[in-house]
Design a protein around this ligand. Sequence first.
Ligand code: GLN
Length: 232
Amino acid sequence: KKIQPKKDTYVVASDSTFAPFEFQNSDGKYEGIDVDLVNRIAELQDFTIEFKFIGFSSAVQAVESGQADAMIAGMTITDEREKSFDFSTPYFNSGIQIAVKKGNDKIHSYEDLKDKKVGAKIGTESADFLETNKDKYGYSIKYLDTTDALYSALEINEIDAMMDDYPVIGYGVAQKQPLTTPIPREEGGKYGFAVKKGKNPELIQMFNEGLAELKRTGEYDEIIGKYVKDGS
Ligand code: GLN
């Protein structure tokens, strides 16, 4: 028996650019793994959503303040976030990684980041990782608002390195962005769809049911395969 939605429309906040999870295609329309998953799940489970692509930290704030009912934004499930959010079952295995400009052969380890400027998007797992390890490796951190700004900062040498989720860097590399990843990934991050703790429990249930169905039918793999080619 189907779970009943409690709202006519659920507002789902998301990042502004986080390809291949959400990004504007050449027609200016948003697409990506997160977009396709939620749209299909809403169809299967008979609920209505409205996406708001407002940026990662804005999405976090929108859910916390009740301006959005949920978020999906390649958001890593962490103990810290579980204090204020309820997450769906994980829908994607990820992790974070340092990237430098292609042709930069001076950085091979975190130690090589000494006295360098490393960028990350504000409010992310990468930003937390950099903050935690700053004194150990002796780099400084530059926080950027969006993934676009982060990749541009590297491009124009405003930063020497950046940290981001590896499927996002991998997608950039596959799209011929001049990037290289000289340091092994930090594995283990899992993405979840999130609501404010204690709110909209039926939405999490419907997401989980829909996700399970997409996995059963193979449609989940089709959606991933549309955006992620093997080896990236
Ligand atoms: N997975 C990372 C996090 O949750 C980055 C998400 C993002 O930039 N959209 O912090």
